[in-house]
Write a protein that binds this ligand. Sequence first.
Ligand code: PEP
Ligand code: MG
Length: 585
Amino acid sequence: MKIKGTTISQGIAIGQAHLLDVEKFLLPSYEIKDEEVESEVNRFNAALKLTIEEIEEIKEKTRQSASDEAGAIFDVHIAILNDPTLKRNTVTRIIKERKNAEQAFTTSIKNVVEVLEKSSDPYFKERAIDIRDLARRVIVNLQGKKKSDSPTYESPIVVSSQLSPSQTSVLHASVKGFVTEHGGKTSHTAIIARSLEIPAVIGVKGIVEAVSPGDEIIIDGIDGLVIIKPTEDEKEEYLNKLKAFKERRSKLLEESKKPSKTVDGHHIKIRCNIDFEEELEKVNEFGVEGVGLYRSEFLYLKCAPELPSEEDHFETYKRIAEAAYPFKAVIRTLDLGGEKYFHEQLAPQEVNPVLGLRAIRFSLRHHQFFKTQLKGILRASTKKNLEIMFPMVTIVEELKTAKDVLKEAMQDLKREGVPFDEEIKVGIMIEIPICALNAEAFALDVDFFSIGTNDLIQYLMAIDRNNESVAGYYDPHHPAFLRLLLSIASVAKRNKIGLSICGEVASDPDMIPLLIGLGYDEFSMTPQSVLEVKSKIISLLYKECRKIALEATKMKTGRQVRNLLKGSKMPSFLGIKLGKTKDES
Ligand code: PEP
Ligand code: MG
């Protein structure tokens, strides 16, 4: 039996199902006597302290086995457990309502979970999973029993309705892969799985019902599939696929030493999208030419619940500039939705945050903190290889205001006698349709455009990029989208400004011929994708790409474009299939 899901971390794993139940734990409920109040409060405080110690331990292990940034996710959990309101509410319930500690604590934390679950922002919905896991830990410690999560099989594959970050990192040493029914690509669990390079597929509906403990299963983290109780033939097929996957990685590693040029000598720059500083190591590998996108929101996550100080900004960007040198690194200013829970004090609740006070809109409302970030970037720019990029720009006025704040930041630094790159390049992400259609109006005021295709497609097609039920509409081959890319490229060329793509389409080897043909020669992508993309680039003929891309822009549907690509001489490699819409699969 095969069930389809979404790959969040590539690879193939074959093993036995280890079912984890994150939801169920015994929750005793009783009234305490007056004389028991003090000992009940003490019992609660001891369990909380023990839980914090456990999370500290997990954090340390994660730091060592994954990265500082992956470990830092647990700082947020520790901050939640240390939250004075949560403690006060629990203790008040014990004292005033005579509730036992388990009940008092569960009620208090339920309020936090409910607020997050009601949020229309998938990011917050996913954080509710983290908090439920914290609650489970506190309850287990209150009851004085240790629940063993450790799998006992030889090659365990964890199957769960959902998986918390702490479980992912505690389990990772002993498991071969993860499968869950829920979760999103932006979840901390997904981030940790990718960091740890463990094959993982999420959104596998019905998997918990469909498997029994010990069942043999295969995770196909290439095509996003889970195979339950595979037949001998299927097992053999996947052992071969795994062998081919490994062989292909070694071949790609060898190939990556070649320069990034098409067969007819067209140089294509590959840069990295960096979320975690730990990924910076990859910036000097495989002929990568710097950082095309540093998503600075991960610095905010790391510092949460505090906002990063100017010093935090400076130190981080300095490390990025040094890692990328002599190539450039593009620092994108904050792109947070309007209601990240640790920024409640700054942003109001929004019904539809994807269309709300996101990114540059948010920064322009919070002038002072925007300026702090800009000062941090400027201070780190003395090697002259940093560039500033504003996300989600909609109208020209926003760009002008953002540049005014940048000027102010520069004046402040001059007054303070602090050196910085006075010629620092400034660009925008093109990811909102009106900005894409009006690119000419922005071109005079910027040094570069970088196309955020994830959001551009989301807003063009009116599909929430985190909503599984409309994911079938996502179609980067759609000719109307290709025409838009072509027109942005011609605006950039005419105005002689920089041009790159940093959205996920740049990580897709099958999109590369089209993108090159449309006039793009700089791509920024997750480090994991570099080898496949480079291998594609060195197999292409520029003039073929141009011909096929121009032909594609004249078509009417994404399917026609895919058929065009299939019929062309463009090579298509193992494991990398052309994207298909639902009706084609
Ligand atoms: C994009 O929208 O394509 C992009 C690169 O930005 P993010 O994915 O961070 O929104
Ligand atoms: Mg974006």
